[in-house]
Design a protein around this ligand. Structure first.
Ligand code: GTP
Ligand code: MG
Length: 220
């Protein structure tokens, strides 16, 4: 997919206040500081489009970017920021989970994982929660420039095993915003999802591909 135009369309505190237009939406989620905003800038070829910071907790609202006048790319606040107050954490969780469970045109969710880290309880619980919503996530490793190829292969095997369901493992992509790596694969995945049509012809059914809900980890 070629990025011909992209513009920021607003920050919202609640899914009902998000920009309208009925465009399909693809959202990036993950722990604070995992690199969501950096990845958006890399994908869109715009340095300062989404605000980046070395300190966790930078993105605190739901941010919509309209791409090619056709779909929204959505930057979400991160979860699992240790220094957030109890009230902040509760507010963000409500904002994030509310958006993910109720936004009518959400086609899919990309869950970002730091390539350096072993599976974290909070990420696994978050993916389980997505499965329970019957949202099929695409998993994206970030900061691949920080690890060796061998480490990356091991990580892939570990995470595939940890996140497999009866429908098979989710899809994994490897990226580095610093090295501009994984851009084409990620844009191609986004294009495929946006073009997806089920037997009923409803593109929103992409999110319902998850067949099995795994018991166990819980977000709260
Ligand atoms: P919140 O908005 O706080 O949830 O964080 P975020 O997930 O949007 O992360 P952000 O893009 O702000 O990046 C966090 C830090 O990671 C910044 O210091 C980035 O420069 C750094 N970073 C992001 N992507 C990469 C990458 O591919 N490689 C490396 N080495 N650093 C990265
Ligand atoms: Mg951010």
């Amino acid at each position: 997919m070629q990025i011909k135009a992209v513009r920021f369309c607003g920050s919202s505190t609640h899914y009902t206040a998000c920009p309208s237009g009925g465009y399909p939406e693809l959202a990036l989620v993950g722990r604070s500081n995992v690199g969501k905003s950096s990845l958006i800038n890399m994908l869109m070829h715009r340095k300062g489009l989404a605000k980046v910071s070395s300190r966790p907790g930078k993105t605190q609202l739901i941010n919509h970017f309209l791409v090619n006048e056709a779909w929204y790319l959505v930057d979400l606040p991160g979860y699992g920021w240790a220094k957030a107050s109890h009230t902040q954490r509760h507010m963000w969780q409500k904002m994030l989970l509310g958006y993910l469970s109720h936004r009518p045109h959400l086609h899919s969710v990309f869950v970002l994982l730091d390539a350096r880290l072993q599976p974290q309880e909070i990420d696994m619980a978050f993916v389980d929660w997505l499965y329970k919503q019957r949202i099929t996530p695409v998993m994206v490793f970030t900061k691949a420039d920080k690890v060796s190829k061998q480490h990356m292969q091991k990580q892939l095997a570990t995470f595939q095993q940890a996140l497999t369901t009866d429908a098979g493992p989710p899809r994994f992509l490897i990226t580095s915003a610093r090295q501009q790596k994984g851009q084409q694969a990620m844009l191609a995945a986004m294009e495929n999802i946006l073009a997806y049509k089920s037997d009923t012809g409803n593109p929103l059914e992409y999110r319902l591909l998850t067949k099995e809900v795994r018991p166990g980890r819980s977000l709260s």
